[in-house]
Write a protein that binds this ligand. Sequence first.
Ligand SMILES: Nc1ncnc2c1ncn2[C@@H]1O[C@H](COP(=O)(O)OP(=O)(O)OP(=O)(O)O)[C@@H](O)[C@H]1O
Ligand SMILES: [Mg+2]
Length: 376
Amino acid sequence: MTLPPPQHLLIVDDEAPHLRALCDTLSAQGYVATGFTSARAALDALRKQKTFDLVLTDLMMPEMDGIALIRTALEIDPSLACVVMTGHGTIDSAVAAMKQGAVDYILKPFKLSTVLPVISRALAARRLRLENEMLHKHLHARTLELEAANKELETFSYSVSHDLRAPLRAIGGYMELLLESLGDRVDSQSRTYADHVHAGVTRMNILIDDLLRLARTTRTEMHRMPVDLTSLVREIAEKLQAEAPGRPGEWIVAPDVIANGDPGLLRVMLENLLANAWKYTGKTARARVEFGIEHQPDGSPAYYVRDNGAGFDMKYAHRLFGPFQRLHSERDFPGTGVGLATVQRIIHKHGGRIWAQAAPDQGATFFFTLPPGSVA
Ligand SMILES: Nc1ncnc2c1ncn2[C@@H]1O[C@H](COP(=O)(O)OP(=O)(O)OP(=O)(O)O)[C@@H](O)[C@H]1O
Ligand SMILES: [Mg+2]
């Protein structure tokens, strides 16, 4: 284990014997103590050697008072911890020194037992402040990196989609022309091949559209407001039910569920979750889809969409939210695999979490949270 580097103290006191005593005792405690009887000499040393961690200064000195010394010292190195020493009569000056940036004061005359905790506290506060600044810098750098990566990704998705569309249109178009120019000479086998090409082109177009939609989710700006999730779920459910007339379905929607979020994004999110619930109950005799709230151990709400459909094996759950990841075959349940990737992006944009619970043929439940105070 490596020992932490010794802390450098700059001590200023115009009374030489007092200064010497302080330097000796603090050095004996493991600090590197450098003493000055002159404030100007101390500031010169600080300018030359910027390795000091703390300034301990007398307040009343003939050449320059401790307050002016602290002000200049902090101009040279704003991260310095500054502590003043003052007699009982000058407590007001100690307060003035604190206003200039001193973190603490010691009343004279003092014992070593009072000085040591003040110094170690001031140094600890400085360390924390420096660590905090470092974290902020890291965070800022990471945010910039992330923004750059996101922009790059958006540009990439857009250009890829556009670049893919043109040759795709050409394939479809030339296939039509080929069939036309061949006219009667097209036999049924060739017609089947042509149909396969068309199906491929159509599927590719859907994939490109979905890719673009996914990229757009992160581009949109958020506008948070109270959103009536109950009404939204009922509206989406009615639409899904209307698209499949005659298909029996039971929709259980908890009343008065209001959450804070972007109305447009929350709609897209619920459309995807409910469309999934409706799709993956397609082979269930009586589909039941439920929307509600469950309270987590800390009391905060987790919203859920539950169905009694095909479900899935939890050992593949880690793949659910990846773009183009699917746990069911296209033959059983058609889809592209971007719905849940979009849902997850929307929830993360709101500062929330999303997770699922399911078992094969036992249905699935998707939980999500929307923290009230979070920012995008
Ligand atoms: N309610 C559900 N029940 C069972 N499996 C589900 C459910 N929701 C999602 N899944 C599984 O997760 C996969 C990813 O879902 P996702 O919504 O991203 O894609 P998709 O529904 O296949 O296609 P689409 O892009 O059209 O939404 C699905 O393919 C399916 O295997
Ligand atoms: Mg889906």
